[in-house]
Design a protein around this ligand. Structure first.
Ligand code: ADP
Ligand code: MG
Length: 365
């Protein structure tokens, strides 16, 4: 049984997409777990995930289904990772941060401010025999270099492994979070630093991975034991393909590096979901900085959530299909070509291929 939850999220059409294609969308909902997507040739494919969040879904729905169980587990010293995947503009940052990390509109708040609220709420309701403390680090991975977003002078953080603490980012700033509003201010300063770094290096944030790492320490006054759980949120670099012709120099190098690390992530998740292999020490964590950092919060007893963010527009269908296939492969979810005339059949719950989930094979479509 895998500990990975895979969901798809479609954002609303952008104004540019509406201008170019009117109100047309390339997806057709089947139910809350399945949909049909039609490619450029009008060929349809059915995908099933643990949950599908359509355009009208709320930030709270995503948080409650995908994230809250992992937040609760982190307070029980179980590590967890929440990953947003998708092409640039698909809604990864909107899902993670909201429009603004300091958003006051409750409905629009993204996953991060909700995680902060969730962690502190769980701590407040815990019994007094356990003392909690939360620490936050924020790093960015660009061209396989790890940079501290709380101290931009630390631009080549090394990854180390300790027997007691697992994977460590050597020398990375850790901020102790005392209350939710302070936590949001810290997140906000890391996000602002990311923008400063972007300008310094003349690169776009969509070309780097951003990792928000919470460590929850708990000390039991009765058992006299200290435990900790790590909760890592990852806003990945855009997964879009860069045209091989045309791209050169740094753009091409960036694209290759991103592609390599996203493939490494896919391979790790894929290997983990094949239960037996996971025990066999064959997980290729060392193939990228991203997977190496996530080594102890991805796999083993830890929990993983993958949110595949997509545009619903026909103009982006090829990138959306690629993101959805990544998600499907990650969980060995079988996808099936959609046969015209099957609308009625596939709208019946019993026909939705949720039973194919966790199958060890991925049917190429
Ligand atoms: P990414 O981080 O994947 O590059 P963004 O999160 O920045 O993409 O989203 C691109 C644009 O779409 C932003 O203007 C964002 O506000 C908007 N957007 C994304 N997802 C949603 C959503 N679920 N609801 C409303 N607007 C969204
Ligand atoms: Mg973004």
């Amino acid at each position: 049984m895998s500990n990975i939850t895979v969901c798809a999220r479609f954002r609303p059409l952008s104004s540019k997409e509406k201008r170019d294609h009117g109100a047309n969308i390339c997806i057709q909902s089947v139910d809350s777990e399945s949909f049909i997507i039609k490619d450029e040739k009008d060929e349809g494919f059915t995908f099933s995930f643990d949950k599908v969040f359509y355009e009208k879904s709320k930030q709270a729905d995503v948080y409650e289904f995908l994230v809250l169980p992992i937040v609760r587990d982190s307070l029980n010293a179980i590590n967890g990772t929440i990953i947003a995947y998708g092409q640039t503009g698909a809604g990864k940052t909107y899902s993670m941060e909201g429009l603004n990390i300091l958003e006051s509109d409750e409905e629009k708040k993204g996953i991060l401010p909700r995680v902060v609220d969730g962690l502190f709420a769980c701590i407040r309701s815990s019994d007094e025999s356990t003392k909690y403390s939360i620490k936050l680090s924020m790093v960015e991975i660009y061209m396989e270099k790890v940079r501290d977003l709380f101290d931009l002078s630390k631009d080549n953080i090394q990854i180390k492994e300790s027997k007691t603490q697992g994977i460590l980012l050597s020398g990375a700033t850790e901020i102790s979070l005392l209350d939710p509003s302070e936590a949001l201010q810290s997140l906000s300063s890391g996000i602002a630093n990311r923008a400063v770094g972007e300008t310094q290096m003349n690169m776009a944030s969509s070309r780097s991975h951003c990792l928000y790492m919470f460590t929850v320490h708990q000390e039991s006054t009765i058992e006299k034991r200290v435990k900790f759980g790590k909760l890592v949120l990852v806003d990945l670099a855009g997964s879009e393909k860069v045209e091989k012709t045309g791209a050169e120099g740094r753009i091409l190098e960036e694209a290759k590096t991103i592609n390599k690390s996203l493939s490494a992530l896919g391979n790790v998740i894929n290997a983990l979901t094949r239960g037996s292999l996971a025990k066999a020490n064959h997980i290729p964590y060392r193939d990228s900085k991203l997977t190496r950092i996530l080594q102890d919060s991805l796999g083993g007893s830890s929990r993983t959530a993958l949110l595949c963010c997509c545009s619903p527009s026909p103009s982006n269908v090829s990138e959306s299909l690629s993101s959805l296939r990544f998600g499907a492969r990650a969980k060995h979810i079988k996808t099936s070509p959609f046969v015209k005339g099957d609308e009625e059949k596939s709208s019946k719950k019993s026909e939705a291929p949720s039973a194919t989930r966790d199958h060890a094979s991925y049917e190429k479509i």
